[in-house]
Design a binder for this molecule. Sequence first.
Ligand code: ATP
Length: 291
Amino acid sequence: MDNAILFKNVSHVYQENTPLEFHALEDVSLKIKSGSFVSIIGKTGSGKSTLIKHINALLKPTSGSVTIGDKKITSHTNNKHLKPLRQKIGMVFQFPEQQLFAETVEEDIAFGPSNFGVEGEELNDTVMHAADLVHLDHDLLKKSPFDLSGGQKRRVAIAGVLAMNPEILVLDEPTAGLDLEGQQYILDLIRRLNREENMTIVLVSHQMDDVAKYSDRVVVMSGGKIVKKCYPDELFTDVDFLNKYDLQVPETVKITKDLADKGVELDKLSLDADELINGIINKLRNEDKDE
Ligand SMILES: Nc1ncnc2c1ncn2[C@@H]1O[C@H](COP(=O)(O)OP(=O)(O)OP(=O)(O)O)[C@@H](O)[C@H]1O
């Protein structure tokens, strides 16, 4: 089924009609195609979390509408009608392991599906499948989640979301606080879910190297508005734009520019370190041939 996400003229006002009224989203329109990997970036307070909370109607638009597949959400939508929608959207908030609570890893992963009536053999299969998706060793399933490492805990928390079999996965800074290896593990997992399970990914991140490497499209927010929607290479080659919105320049872009300043022009800009290394090797080989 086509689960495109469509924001149409969405505004969101916190604490409306009070002295604390705050316009966090203003007239946001955006289409995220089913099966794509889209990153939402922008400096702190630009409205990224507010935006993504509309995807599962944790927040509803003050005006405008959000449509997921054939389900339209407006300020009038009744929460009673949102259960099927929420089942197909997995939300991974910052530090999701802080929500782990069960005595065993297995029970934690099973919590969501058992709430939706899955039981017995089917529940067991669901838990195993989710554990496999995050490459969690089955020996760990009987352990307390609190005995695991930080990276393992985060994988358990994500497995709990995946056990609901979501078609759309929304993640807010999913690698925050992990060491480099743990970060890589989570990002590779997300990319695998996108490519192999055709899951739509909406990622909020401050890590521009990751955004550059993994996304199909990037959405830049500032002051509650979308200021750019484009392909990663279009964004990350525009250093003036990145500076204007306080966004980091990815390391691969910096290296490519440094090389060009030193007279080494590569054939194309790589947003992935492995690709960049291959570009440099090709350049060296071609130079050898020319000599
Ligand atoms: N419940 C709330 N009541 C009032 N204002 C809020 C509320 N939640 C968020 N805001 C404000 O809305 C603005 C956007 O917040 P939001 O969390 O969406 O930004 P963000 O881009 O996700 O930031 P960060 O990168 O720090 O997570 C901020 O100025 C924030 O202070």
